[in-house]
Write a protein that binds this ligand. Structure first.
Ligand code: SF4
Ligand code: SF4
Length: 118
């Protein structure tokens, strides 16, 4: 992966506000598309594992204890709940929602890179 791409992803990650989720909740996890750069940082899942997750409208990295790749979860997963455009269905949110320009830069990045189903 080009160094600049990684640096951009890390920089955007840092600018997404964090907040406390409901313990054990993963209601917003499901089939998501991510950039190939982000995909390359995640453990590989077999076609069978991915098909099984998709058939349940789930994510192949969701385990019994929650997200198994939490430290490396993609930008779209981090964005969830931090913007009125992707509100948490359970009303959780950070004190300050994400800055609009940061959200736009995330979408620009996602639009400018090839997207693959997680
Ligand atoms: S953002 Fe909301 S729906 Fe998603 S895990 Fe957190 S509490 Fe659950
Ligand atoms: S990568 Fe983690 S946070 Fe994102 S959808 Fe999958 S289980 Fe949920």
């Amino acid at each position: 992966m080009p160094y600049e791409a990684l640096e951009t992803i890390f920089s955007l990650r840092e600018q997404i506000p964090g907040f406390r989720c409901i313990v054990g909740c993963h209601d917003c996890c499901g089939p998501v598309t991510v950039s190939t750069d982000e995909m390359a940082r995640l453990p590989r899942k077999s076609d069978a594992e991915r098909d099984a997750a998709l058939s349940q409208l789930s994510c192949p990295h969701l385990g019994a204890g929650g997200c198994q790749v939490y430290q490396e979860r993609p930008l779209i997963c981090r964005l969830f709940g931090t913007t009125p455009n992707l509100p948490c269905p359970n009303g959780r949110r950070p004190v300050y929602m994400i800055e609009e320009d940061v959200e736009q830069r995330i979408h620009q990045l996602l639009r400018s890179t090839r997207q693959v189903l997680l």
